[in-house]
Design a protein around this ligand. Structure first.
Ligand code: ATP
Ligand code: MG
Length: 393
C-alpha cells in the first residue's frame, strides 16, 4: 500500500511538561525543513499531540522516509491510511482491505489496538478490537491472534478522521535541533569532528562551526572538503554558519618560537581560545570537539587537560569514550566517511612533531606560550577579523 500520509511519533519530548509545546513546534519546523528537500508538495501539521505529513502531490516514498529519518526527535514513522467516518461497517471493510493492500503474504499473528479518541463514536475501543479482529480472522485464514507477542500490531485510531496503521519505520530519535541552545563545533576535515557535530545536534543542540585553515600549507581543496563535510552534516543539523580562520601566522609563530614537542598542544590551545572567542560573540554556550581519550598524543588525559585549561565555556566531547571503529560506523551511517578519508593535508599533520609530548605539564606549556607574547595579541585579533564566513544551508 502506498499511502500519502505519515504519522510521526516522538518519545522523550513527552517528558518535558509545560515545555512540550516548544519541543513539538520545533519538531514540526524541523520536519517542514526536511520535507522541503523532497520533490513534491507536503503539508505538515500537528493535531492532538501527533504530527502528520500529508503528501499533496506525487512523491517518492524512499526519498520522503530518508528525509524524515534525518529529523532528530522523531522516534517512529508510520505510513497511515486515513479514512472519513462512514460508519463502522465501512471501517470494517476498509481494515480488511488495508491488510490485503499492505501485506503480500497474509500469514502472521496479529493483535488489534483500537483507540477511540473521539468519544462520540458509537463503538468503544474494546468492542472495536473484538469486532475488527473477528472480521480479519474471517477474511484471512493465515491470520492468528496473539495478544502477547504479535508479529503485527494493527492500530485504528478514531479521531476527527480515522487512522489505520500497522507498520513503523524507525526514526533517528534524539531531540529536535534548536531546543537545547547553540554550540561551536571545531570542525576539521577528519573523521571525528563531523561525527561529534552529528551527535551533539542529536541532543537538540544548534551548531555553528569553525575550521582552522593554514594556506598555503593546507590547500583550497582541504577547505572545500570541510565545506562538503559541513553540508553532509547539515542534513541532520540544519543550516550551519561556518567560520574559516586563517591560522597560518599563529601556527608559524608557534613553530618558530615554541619547543617542537609542544607544538600540537599549543596549537590546539590557540584553536580553543579563538573558537571560544567567536562562540561567545555568536551566543554559543559550549564548544564541541571530536576528541577521544588516548586516540593521539594530543588526546591523552593530560593533553586534554591542557587544552581544556584555556576555555571557560564547557567543552563537549561526544566521542570521548568511543573507539575508532565505533566512530567509523557512525561516519558511514551519516555518509561522511567517504569525504573524511579523502587525503588532503590538515594543518595539524603538517606541523606535527616527530615525538609530541604525551604528558604535557600545564605550567611548562604556559611558560613556553610566553615566547609568543609580543606577537600573539595582534595575530589573534587579525585571525578573527579576517575570518571568512560561509553559510551552509
Ligand atoms: P578529527 O578527525 O576530527 O580531525 P583527529 O583525530 O584528527 O580529529 P586532532 O587532529 O587531534 O584529532 O583534533 C582533535 C579535535 O580538534 C578535532 O576533532 C577537532 O574538533 C579539532 N580540530 C583539529 N584540527 C582542526 C582544524 N584544522 N579546524 C578545526 N578544528 C580542528
Ligand atoms: Mg584531525
Amino acid at each position: 500500500m502506498k499511502t500519502n500520509t505519515y504519522l510521526l511519533k516522538y518519545g522523550e519530548i513527552f517528558l518535558k511538561g509545560k515545555n512540550r509545546f516548544v519541543f513539538e513546534d520545533a519538531l514540526v519546523n524541523r520536519t517542514i525543513e526536511a520535507v522541503q528537500r523532497v520533490e513534491g508538495e507536503f503539508k505538515v501539521h500537528k493535531y492532538l499531540s501527533r504530527i502528520y505529513v500529508e503528501a499533496q502531490s506525487e512523491f517518492d516514498e524512499d526519498e520522503l522516509v530518508e528525509a524524515l529519518q534525518s529529523v532528530f526527535g522523531i522516534t517512529h514513522i508510520c505510513p497511515v491510511l486515513v479514512l472519513e467516518d462512514n460508519g463502522f461497517e465501512d471501517l470494517k471493510a476498509q481494515v480488511v482491505k488495508y491488510i490485503a493492500d499492505t501485506y503480500d503474504d497474509v500469514n502472521f499473528t496479529f493483535k488489534m489496538l483500537c483507540k477511540r479518541a473521539r468519544k462520540n463514536y458509537p463503538v468503544n475501543s474494546q468492542e472495536m478490537n473484538c469486532s475488527l479482529g473477528e472480521a480479519l480472522l474471517n477474511a484471512y485464514p493465515g491470520l492468528k491472534v496473539d495478544v502477547h507477542k504479535p508479529d503485527v500490531l494493527v492500530r485504528v485510531e478514531i479521531r476527527e478522521r480515522i487512522y489505520v496503521y500497522s507498520k513503523t519505520i524507525p526514526g533517528p530519535g534524539g531531540m529536535p535541533v534548536g531546543t537545547a541552545g547553540k554550540a561551536m563545533v571545531l570542525l576539521s576535515g577528519g573523521l571525528d569532528s563531523p561525527v561529534a557535530a552529528y551527535m551533539i545536534a542529536k541532543r537538540g543542540v544548534k551548531i555553528e562551526a569553525v575550521y582552522f585553515h593554514a594556506p598555503p600549507y593546507t590547500s583550497e581543496r582541504a577547505k572545500e572538503k570541510v565545506v562538503d563535510l559541513a553540508k553532509l552534516v547539515s542534513k541532520y543539523t540544519g543550516s550551519i554558519k561556518l567560520h574559516v580562520i586563517n591560522f597560518t601566522d599563529i601556527q608559524m609563530s608557534i613553530y618558530e618560537k615554541c619547543p617542537p614537542d609542544e607544538l600540537t598542544i599549543i596549537m590546539r590551545r590557540y584553536m580553543m581560545r579563538i573558537a571560544e572567542h567567536i562562540a561567545l560573540e555568536d551566543d554559543c554556550i559550549g564548544l564541541v570537539t571530536g576528541e577521544s581519550i588516548g586516540q593521539v598524543a594530543s588526546q591523552t588525559m593530560q593533553s586534554l587537560r591542557c587544552t581544556n585549561d584555556v576555555c571557560t565555556l564547557p567543552v563537549y566531547r561526544p566521542l570521548i569514550a568511543f573507539d575508532k571503529q565505533d566512530i567509523v560506523n557512525i561516519a558511514e551511517k551519516i555518509n561522511t566517511y567517504e569525504t573524511s578519508v579523502l587525503p588532503y593535508e590538515d594543518c595539524c599533520t603538517i606541523f606535527v612533531a616527530e615525538h609530541p609530548v604525551t604528558k604535557p605539564n600545564p605550567n611548562v606549556i604556559e611558560i613556553h606560550e610566553h615566547n609568543l607574547d609580543d606577537v600573539i595579541d595582534e595575530m589573534f585579533k587579525t585571525a578573527i577579523e579576517t575570518r571568512e564566513i560561509i553559510n551552509i544551508q
